[in-house]
Design a protein around this ligand. Structure first.
Ligand code: AMP
Ligand code: MG
Length: 410
């Protein structure tokens, strides 16, 4: 059985990020949120596009106003009004100024803006009551970004700030990586879909829905293959379909001690190479990982059936895999923070233990609260609102309330 750290190394090294031409698609800016940019963006525009004013005020020639003061104002003749979005017509000469507003183009001849708070208006004249600095409140063309250079690199995720940049740069067709395809199947004769009346002994297949939601949340495309009976032929057909159509396959159930040889044999009969079948983690000991020597290099994860175990192993191992596969350059690794626990946290000390609950930031300090109710890995009800898992390493059997604990953000 592998330690969590060993398992992490083995699993993360299996991932080949998408990088082929056929993995790239073009999307419109309005649907690009969350996608991973596949080629760098070079803008044709300078930012700012033209010299413009950073203030409401008056566009002047610096030399005309460098001595101005309350006692000895510089008096200038107003020759034009320049609102934002308007092309100035004038060429400012010594002794002249133009009324100008934030974002408006600087008129020719002027080099400095005096903010209106430091002026007094009298008809077609303006009194400058304080000397500005040379070129003050002028945003110069190309001061932020020069056209023709790289605006955004490949491998970044497109979120609101990047979308803003792309919109401003008029880049509306974007080359992004396709979403990783993740096939999900649930195994078990006892399982039924949520819409069916429950017969005695039956259990609703919640894992299918939970895993599909998680896959979508981290940018993947979920292929829900449904419930597969615990029968070798049915399982073999389903796994075969999955590995042929997906980058990652998630099955849940059927990998605990009694059944595991059976799944392993099916994987092998389909050409799979078993990389591991257990990890010293609680919840979540059974974890089968296999790869297949096919063009689409699928990675198979046989997750435990218990709903909490399935999610814990997903968060710990599968989520980083989907993100790494998506070709995101940074930030695919799991994120751990140090938090103060509000509850006593305990473990048998034998396996690395993950306790689900909520992380919050209180007065600048991360605090962790364990979920209330039963800590059984069969209890999925108290999973609601989970956003973190506290980690107790092997050999650590107790962390008292108030003490520091490492927490995985999910
Ligand atoms: P297994 O790993 O197949 O032995 O399943 C362990 C436990 O998890 C059993 O109680 C199953 O009924 C339950 N279980 C397995 N698959 C699912 C699923 N897809 N959704 C909810 N519970 C499941
Ligand atoms: Mg089962």
């Amino acid at each position: 059985m592998h330690s969590v750290k060993e398992a992490e190394n083995i699993i993360f090294n299996l991932v080949k990020p998408l990088n082929n031409q056929q993995d790239i698609e073009t999307v419109d800016l309005s649907t690009a949120t969350g996608r991973i940019l596949a080629s760098p963006i070079i803008s044709k525009l300078d930012f700012p596009h033209w010299d413009n004013s950073a203030m409401d005020g008056y566009a002047v020639i610096y030399q005309d106003v460098e001595q101005a003061s309350e006692e000895k104002p510089a008096v200038l003749k107003l020759i034009e009004d320049i609102p934002a979005g308007y092309q100035p017509q004038s060429n400012i000469q010594p002794g002249e100024a133009a009324r100008i507003f934030t974002g408006a183009i600087m008129p020719k001849g002027a080099d400095t803006v005096v903010m209106q708070e430091n002026t007094r208006r009298d008809g077609s004249r303006v009194f400058i009551l304080a000397a500005p600095k040379p070129q003050e409140f002028v945003r110069h063309r190309a001061a932020y970004y020069q056209s023709g250079t790289e605006l955004l690199p490949a491998g970044i995720q497109l979120n609101a700030p990047e979308i803003a940049v792309l919109a401003a740069a008029q880049c509306t067709n974007l080359k992004v990586y396709r979403r990783p395809r993740v096939a999900i199947l649930s195994t078990g004769n006892e399982l039924v879909t949520p819409d069916k009346p429950l017969q005695p002994g039956q259990i609703v297949d919640s894992n299918q829905y939970a895993l599909a939601a998680l896959v979508k949340q981290c940018g993947g495309e979920a292929l829900m293959l449904g419930i597969i009976k615990d029968e070798p032929e049915a399982l073999k057909d389903a796994i075969s379909e999955a590995i042929n159509n997906a980058d990652i396959v998630l099955s849940s159930g059927g990998v605990s001690v009694g059944d595991y040889d059976y799944v392993e044999k099916i994987l092998e009969s389909l050409g799979g190479e078993i990389k591991m079948h257990a990890v010293a983690m609680k919840p979540g000991k059974p974890l089968t990982v296999a790869t297949f020597p096919m063009a689409n290099t699928p990675i198979y994860f046989g997750l435990p059936g218990n709903p909490v175990s399935a999610l814990a192993t997903y968060w710990r191992f599968v989520q980083p895999v989907i993100k790494k596969l998506s070709s995101i350059a940074e930030g695919w690794q799991p994120v751990f923070v140090k938090a103060q626990t509000r509850d006593n946290l305990s473990s048998n000390g034998k396996r690395e233990t993950y306790i689900w609950g909520r992380l919050s930031l209180v007065d600048g300090v991360y605090q962790f609260s364990a979920a209330g109710g039963s800590k059984s890995s069969g209890n999925l009800i108290n999973l609601a609102q989970t956003n973190a898992l506290a980690v107790l390493k092997v050999g650590k059997s107790l962390v008292n309330a108030g003490e520091e604990v490492e927490v995985l953000q999910v």
